[in-house]
Design a protein around this ligand. Structure first.
Ligand SMILES: Cc1ncc(COP(=O)(O)O)c(C=O)c1O
Length: 356
């Protein structure tokens, strides 16, 4: 059975009907990468969702606009959010809470001796109440958050768990449905349509792109480069896309087979920098003055560069890389990055010597 397709205006109107608080600087710009395009033989653009605004920006600021509306509607007087200690999401959530004048308890999974750098430093500067817990797994966070919620309730507060809201996952998919529409709008005056869109995603952001593509009936390839572990991005993205379709009342389903995701660039694991990821950081920084991060966007860009070199993205194609932010991790990974720059410099010097 063929599914109906929708116009961009249809999708925009359905998104506009959802309760939302404005927090980010949207739409974010798109940047043409003239040097990398010439180097690689493609027409490369970067969608700058690292520039969503508050507290260094990043992809979470968009979905927080729906999640915070949900929190406000609950009548909460305090927010609770549980996530990894190094999380970009924690930083952006603290920024959003400050903008709304709501206190926030961050339940962070990390070792007691976690370096106070990058996002964690930002959380403290922004003034979240940080509770650092040495939990065995990410999945223990839900219970830890529930305990803090109970504790606050016992004190007569009205807490809201940002982990348990309906918009937690679906909001991240709505964010990229909207971003997809922005990409089409921003490329149109240049006479371009994307032929491929790449994003660092464990499934949620990818879900929105896959849904938008299907709802609009476009032939664009959307590719998620997963930089986190323990997930099935195919099923997860399909489930999340279908939940977002239901919320927007779209008669569209996205199957796991329609999801294009890869784990090939994660390296030894989540948060561990890879040589290819660091090479991608240097390429984007040095050729385009775009700063990526070692945990998400550097690895995703390594995937994109590899797909271009292998012809999976054909020569001449218009390709968009969504920069989802995360740069504070550069500062927590400074030793590995400096070592990598020195190794590359030494390699280049040896090559020059050999040629002389
Ligand atoms: C910078 C950055 N990029 C990408 C992602 C992945 O987002 P998702 O898996 O929700 O699509 C995250 C999530 O934390 C992130 O912080």
């Amino acid at each position: 059975m063929t599914q109906p397709t929708y116009t961009a205006d249809d999708l925009r109107a359905r998104i506009a009907a959802l309760p939302r608080v404005r927090l980010g600087f949207l739409p974010t710009p798109i940047q043409r990468c003239a040097h990398l395009s010439a180097d690689l033989g493609v027409d490369l653009w970067v969608k700058r969702d690292d520039l969503t605004g508050p507290a260094f920006g990043g992809n979470k600021m968009r979905n927080l606009e729906w999640r915070m509306a949900e929190a406000q509607a609950s009548g909460a007087d305090i927010l609770v959010f549980g996530v990894e200690a190094t999380s970009n999401s924690a930083r952006q959530t603290t920024a959003a809470a400050n903008m709304l004048g709501l206190p926030l308890v961050l339940v962070l999974r990390g070792h007691p001796d976690t370096d106070v750098q990058g996002n964690l430093l930002c959380d403290l500067v922004l003034g979240a109440e940080v509770r650092l817990l040495d939990l065995p797994s990410y999945h223990d966070l839900g219970r830890a958050v529930a305990e803090v919620v109970d504790e606050l309730r016992a004190q007569g507060r009205r807490p809201w768990s940002l982990n348990h809201g309906k918009m937690f996952e679906v909001g991240a998919a709505l964010a990229t449905v909207e971003n997809f529409l922005e990409i089409l709008d921003l490329l149109a005056p240049h006479g371009r349509r994307p032929e491929a869109i790449y994003i660092s995603s464990g499934g949620k952001g990818l879900a929105g792109l896959a849904l938008a593509k299907k709802a609009l009936g476009l032939a664009v390839r959307v590719v998620g480069v997963s930089c986190t572990s323990n997930e099935d991005p195919w099923q997860y993205a399909s489930d999340t896309a279908n939940a977002a379709a239901a919320l927007l009342d779209l008669a569209v389903t996205v199957s796991p087979q329609e999801i294009e995701a890869t784990y090939d660039y994660i390296g030894p694991g989540y948060g561990i920098p890879t040589p290819d990821g660091m090479d991608a950081i240097l390429a984007f920084a040095r050729r385009e003055a775009i700063v990526l991060d070692p945990v998400y966007t550097g690895k995703a860009a390594a995937g994109l560069l590899d797909h271009i070199r292998r012809g999976i993205v054909p020569q001449g194609a218009t390709v968009v890389f969504i920069h989802t932010g995360g740069q504070p991790a550069l500062f927590t990974q400074s030793e590995a990055i400096v070592r990598h720059i020195q190794a590359r410099r030494a390699g280049a010097a040896r090559a020059t010597e050999a040629r002389a």
